[in-house]
Design a protein around this ligand. Structure first.
Ligand code: MN
Length: 257
């Protein structure tokens, strides 16, 4: 039997499950808030065209407005100045949108410290237990932050000092971007960088170094707790927006067992 026939049979029997890693997208979906001097992204909004009424008696449909970086979304390399001559979201090769994922679970440590930063040593300890990060695949960092995603306030977790959300240290961002073989970083927080990363050197190191290396981001993921450390295959589907820097995406994982 062919591999795809086996996959179809496994999907039918339930021995391969489809886990939805996508947050519901609505006007209450949390959005990033930058310091006030910068431009801000839009929340998601539906604008009704007709609803089985005089404007369209047999049909219901909407226009929508959204930021490219609203809700569960894909960051393309041209999102950052370091990747400005690299791919836009429309140019990301389709083969990159179906890829294995390694899941590093630091939710226990984030529960004790919302400013927790993943270090190179943490990833190397994971590799010692599970093998190397997948070449051509994703590094997903499970923090448990998805439990907060129904509330803008809880999700951004900001005080007078700024947002307190977990992420990667500068050294770890550099290592993942330049030393590891992964194509991108997936997180449960509002962006790939830690809440405090505006004050890092360089600022926003994940964006700076990942996109500078032509790599991708996936943010506001959910349900990473349902994924094994290795073996999941991720399907990430951003809209093919010409010249776009990213897009809301439906992100699914195929999981065995
Ligand atoms: Mn983004």
């Amino acid at each position: 039997m062919s591999v795809l026939s086996q996959l179809a049979e496994a999907l039918g029997s339930g021995s391969v499950r489809v886990v939805d890693l996508t947050a519901p997208l609505s006007s209450s979906t949390p959005v990033l808030q930058l310091p006030g001097q910068f431009g801000q992204t839009a929340t998601f909004a539906l604008e009704e065209i007709s609803a089985y009424d005089d404007r369209g008696p047999a049909w219901y449909w909407n226009n929508f407005r959204t930021g490219e970086h609203t809700g569960t979304h894909f960051d393309a390399p041209n999102h950052w100045v370091t990747g400005k001559d690299r791919d836009d979201v429309a140019s990301v090769p389709a083969a990159r949108l179906v890829a294995p994922a390694a899941v590093v679970d630091v939710s226990d440590r984030v529960a004790e410290d919302p400013d927790f930063l993943l270090e190179v040593e943490d990833v190397q300890a994971w590799e010692a237990a599970h093998g190397p990060l997948p070449a051509g695949g994703w590094l997903f960092v499970r923090t448990g932050w998805d439990a907060r995603s129904s509330s803008q306030e809880d999700y951004l977790n900001a005080d007078d000092a700024g947002p307190h959300t977990p992420g990667l240290s500068v050294a770890c961002a550099r290592w993942v971007a330049q030393e590891s073989q992964v194509i991108g970083l997936g997180v449960e927080t509002v962006g790939t960088d830690a809440g405090a990363a505006a004050g890092f050197d360089p600022m926003f190191p994940c964006h700076t170094m990942m996109h500078g290396a032509g790599k991708y981001g996936l943010t506001q993921l959910q349900n990473l707790a349902e994924l094994p450390p290795t073996g999941a295959v991720v399907v990430a589907g951003p809209l093919r927006i010409v010249s776009g820097s990213g897009s809301p995406a439906r992100v699914l994982a195929l999981v065995e067992g």
